[in-house]
Design a protein around this ligand. Structure first.
Ligand code: HEM
Length: 240
């Protein structure tokens, strides 16, 4: 972590960092919660992934399954770093354990990327699936792709992310949630990491307006159920 902070580009003017890493996340949180609740109250039945499995199954399987298992593992990893940073630092204090956690994160990152690329190829190449793909679907897929590639880039270029996430980014995120925002450490980080954080904010801001809201509908049995044909009678233009 020390060397990372030392070799980082000099910090830009603080106001820009405050804008991007204090004001923006609060705006994002406000949009995320207000619009997610509003959509649930107004359009409860639109909380769906609008499955297109009935249009083409095989290709979707090789996209959807690795994507969902990969992203769930990554979300869990990010959450653990946020919730128990001291535990992560303790675990990483033994090099073999650090390699295990970093190796696992990298493998799940690659699985996620493979799944996402398959999902994108399927949407782009299958005319029937393309016909039910909205502009917002395209925006979400591109943002997710950039976010996953950016995460892998960070993991490969700024080693050992699980440790400095716990030491630098967890306190930053906690400072936001406890309404004592402090972006001074983030301001020192390289832009590759800053872009990864901003990418996450962009995804959270768009979340309530997209089919990503389906993650809030439990029980979410897509991960273990057998193949199933789901038909929607909503028009494609509304499927976002
Ligand atoms: C939509 C939300 C996000 C997605 C989809 C995402 C995705 C990813 C992916 C695919 C990786 C590579 C996996 C690995 O090898 O570690 C990664 C790594 C990383 N992400 Fe994220 N991320 C998200 C949000 C965030 C946020 C909000 C932060 C910090 C505030 C963050 C910080 C990091 C760090 C530090 C790493 C490197 C971990 C390591 O090297 O072990 N990510 N992310």
């Amino acid at each position: 972590m020390y060397s990372l902070l030392q070799t980082a580009a000099p910090a830009g003017p603080l106001p820009i960092n405050d804008l991007l890493f204090v004001v923006v996340p609060y705006v994002v949180l406000a949009v995320f919660f207000s619009m997610t609740i509003w959509r649930y109250v107004k359009e409860k039945f639109s909380y769906s992934s609008y499955s297109s499995q009935f249009l083409e199954n095989q290709h979707q399987f090789w996209g959807s399954v690795p994507w969902h298992y990969g992203i769930l593992a990554l979300v869990a990893g990010h959450l653990i770093g946020f919730l128990v940073p001291r535990g992560v630092l303790w675990w990483n204090s033994v090099p073999a354990r650090l390699y295990i956690i970093e190796g696992a994160a990298l493998i799940f990152g690659i699985i996620t990327l493979i799944g996402l690329i398959n999902l994108i190829v399927r949407r782009a190449t299958n005319p029937r699936v393309r016909a039910v793909t909205s502009k917002m679907d395209v925006v979400v897929l591109v943002l997710l792709l950039l976010q996953v590639i950016g995460g892998l880039w960070v993991a490969l270029t700024a080693r050992w992310g699980s440790s400095w996430f716990a030491a630098v980014l967890a306190p930053y995120l906690w400072s936001l949630f406890t309404f004592q925002p402090d972006a001074s450490a983030v301001a020192q980080l390289p832009w590759s990491i800053k872009l990864h954080i901003l990418g996450a904010y962009a995804i959270f801001a768009l979340f309530p307006f997209t089919r990503l809201v389906h993650v809030l509908v439990v029980p979410n049995h897509y991960l273990w159920r057998r193949f199933q044909v789901v038909m929607w009678n909503k028009r494609a233009s509304k499927a976002e």
